[in-house]
Design a protein around this ligand. Structure first.
Ligand SMILES: [Zn+2]
Length: 390
């Protein structure tokens, strides 16, 4: 299938964006500069906010008339790494084949950004209400960047009336997602010769007992809820993703650490789950450790948090997205997005974007051309609405 002629510009723009290898650990400044250049000539107010060492930036642009209100189109510029993945195409070069566009970030989520940017020159001169573009860094490592952008808006007195986050939902509106908390747990033991193991404190074994308890909590949540059947995974999940410890078999390891996360339903309380782990450690693991070395024990540090998104179905932004997509979908998803941080800042948000989350983060990530086309229709209608007299 050849793309219809009006897809040429979004595809060209997507090619430009995919070619910036904006893996979260690396700088995104070249992409940000490119977008800034693109906005030149469109009379945009551009605000940048940076990370601590100024290697990465958020961009917030206001187009059309200034003042309160207007809509935010929001996306993250970073992508997940391709290390260790077996790609059939060059991940940072857009490749078209069989009605699909391949490349890292095509689904998650440079296509939404590309379509929005490609449409701006057509619509901006006719806007009657503000249109904002919000591009963030460090979304893929825990939605760390967008907070600074949102804080800056508040400081600048900007008050958009709604936000659409273009994460891949196959253009189906999503109004709720789970919250996420991630933690690092560090275990301090006491090293020793393994022949004298009972005189040492084995940090790996202590850590393993804590991980096993997390698994017990996860099973209980799976079997007994609470449940919300609107979510594809209907219960809160707990998962350990990384564990480190030990150096040699004949040494009792004095150190262990593991990273775990909770992805919780709006009605669940992550603090209560964490307390459950803490009291198990305090009552069942640490006493035995401290009987040998009183400085042994656990430390748990929160690494990141994505709040729950729970936008009410009767909100204006939901009505607008329903009208523009021609659906009444009120989807709920298990993954977190930046939408909840906009919502928490008083900007009601909906997630709706092209592509499928099932293609995200994988080798041979792609987006179907028909998704790019659906996104172009959606954003075209949206910009048309912003051109109507208020
Ligand atoms: Zn994403």
């Amino acid at each position: 299938m050849n793309p219809s002629p009006d897809l040429a510009k979004p595809i060209e723009m997507l090619g430009r964006l995919v070619a910036f290898p904006t893996v979260s650990r690396d700088s995104n400044l070249e992409l940000i500069d490119f977008v800034r250049e693109w906005l030149r000539g469109l009379d945009a107010d551009v605000r940048l906010t940076f990370d601590d060492d100024r290697r990465k930036a958020n961009l917030f642009a206001t187009l059309g008339p200034r003042g309160d209100g207007g809509l935010v189109l929001s996306g993250h510029t970073d992508v997940v790494p391709v290390d260790g993945q077996d790609w059939d195409t060059e991940p940072f070069a857009l490749t078209q084949a069989g009605g699909r566009l391949y490349g890292r970030g095509t689904s998650d989520m440079k296509s939404f950004i590309a379509v929005a940017l490609a449409l701006l020159p057509t619509w901006v001169p006719r806007l009657n209400r503000p249109l904002h573009i919000a591009l963030s860094y460090d979304e893929e490592v825990g939605c760390l960047g967008v907070g600074r952008l949102i804080q800056d808006l508040a400081g600048a007195g900007l008050r958009p009336s709604g936000c659409i986050v273009g994460e891949p939902t196959l253009m189906s509106p999503v109004i709720a997602h789970k919250g996420k908390r991630s933690y690092r747990c560090t275990v301090r033991g006491l090293a020793g010769h393994s022949a004298y193991a009972p005189k040492a404190v084995n940090a790996v074994e202590a850590g393993a007992e804590a991980v096993a308890h997390l698994k017990r909590i996860a099973r209980r949540l799976r079997d007994s809820g609470p449940f919300d059947r609107g979510f594809d995974i209907a219960h809160t999940t707990v998962h350990t993703g990384v564990m480190r410890g030990g150096t040699a078999l004949n040494i009792v390891p004095h150190h262990c650490s593991f990273d775990f996360e909770m992805r919780y339903l709006p009605e669940d309380d992550p603090d209560a789950l964490l307390d459950e782990l803490r009291s198990y450690i305090r009552d069942h693991i640490e006493p035995e450790m401290r009987a040998i070395d009183e400085t042994a024990g656990f430390e748990i540090v929160q690494m990141s948090e994505i709040p729950v998104l729970d936008t009410r179905a009767e909100t204006q932004i939901v009505a607008l997205v329903h009208e523009l997509t021609g659906t009444r979908d009120v989807g709920k998803v298990s993954y977190g997005t930046e939408a909840s941080q906009f919502q928490r800042a008083g900007i009601p948000a909906v997630v709706c974007g092209p592509g499928s989350i099932l293609q995200a983060h994988k080798p041979n990530e792609f987006i179907a051309l028909e998704q790019v086309e659906a996104c172009e229709r959606f954003l075209g209608r949206l910009m048309e609405r912003l051109c109507e007299k208020p």
